[in-house]
Design a protein around this ligand. Structure first.
Ligand code: 13P
Length: 263
């Protein structure tokens, strides 16, 4: 798509680590201290999404650096009787900027549905956070050739009621579930095909201008060896990195691979 090739340079490239349930606060401090000098000249947005208990430490350690901090989830209510939950407002107040919403592990293990994803996305936006909304098909769904139906349905439901203006603060992460933590990366062509489809869905709903501006990440076994090829694709504007984000040199190499292409 010629237009996307041309507009890619204007979109924000976002390389985000999703640490999942890894690193205690002292380990988080050590890892971030390793990462900071390695990514200081990054040409893209660098984000570390860390466990709740690491947030305060992460925010302190990264103060004055180019690393933004994200959480891995938030609740949809502003406050109330939701034992064990954290609101978007709580995250915003301490300085968190991004929040991962609807990760497949939350859908798979914690009963997350498109309805709750949608409520969390809206709460995050209302609080002034930037949600990284995760979509992606199961292996079985890909084998049954319904990937586009699955993605289209997730986008419709997850973004229900989200306005065009709000979309300027939304990042979409395409994470094929079969590629997460398996070492099986989608090929660059497979990633591009679905990321392009996502942009088409966004265009149908929000129009060309908004759709062209949305950052669409790929996630699923992205690493220092395959990042450059994936990030070269017209509609792949970044990465959501699991395992490789826990190793400073690997994460930094991915950030490096996100240097803008010259057209
Ligand atoms: P891996 O990079 O470990 O496959 O994890 C991807 C992911 O789930 C990021 O959110």
């Amino acid at each position: 798509m010629l237009l996307d090739t041309l507009t890619k340079g204007f979109r924000k490239t976002v390389i985000a680590g999703n640490w999942k349930m890894n690193k205690t606060p002292s380990e988080a401090k050590a890892l971030l201290e390793e990462i900071i000098p390695l990514v200081k000249d990054a040409s893209c947005e660098v984000v570390a999404c860390v466990p709740y208990v690491d947030l305060a430490t992460a925010l302190e350690v990264t103060q004055g650096t180019n690393i933004k901090i994200g959480a891995e989830n938030c609740h949809w209510a502003e406050s109330g009787a939701f034992t064990g939950e954290i609101s978007a407002g709580m995250l915003k107040e301490i300085g968190v900027e991004y929040v991962v919403i609807g990760h497949s592990e939350r859908r798979q293990y914690f009963g997350e549905t498109d309805e709750t994803v949608n409520k969390r996305v809206k709460a995050a936006l209302a609080a002034g956070l930037k949600p990284i909304v995760c979509v992606g098909e199961l292996l079985w769904e890909r084998e049954c050739d319904i990937t586009t139906e699955v993605i289209s349905r997730q986008l419709k439901l997850d973004l229900w009621g989200v306005t065009a203006e709000e979309m300027k603060n939304v990042v979409i992460a395409y994470e094929p579930v079969w590629a997460i933590g398996t070492g099986k990366t989608a090929t660059a062509e497979q990633a591009e095909e679905v990321c392009e489809f996502i942009r088409m869905c966004l265009k149908a709903k929000y129009g060309l201008e908004i759709a062209s501006g949305v950052t669409i990440q790929y996630g699923g076994s992205m690493n220092d060896a395959n990042a450059a090829e994936l990030l070269m694709k017209s509609n792949v504007d970044g990465g959501l990195i699991g395992g490789a984000s826990l190793v400073a040199e690997k994460f930094a190499a991915i950030v490096d691979a996100a240097k803008p292409a010259e057209y």
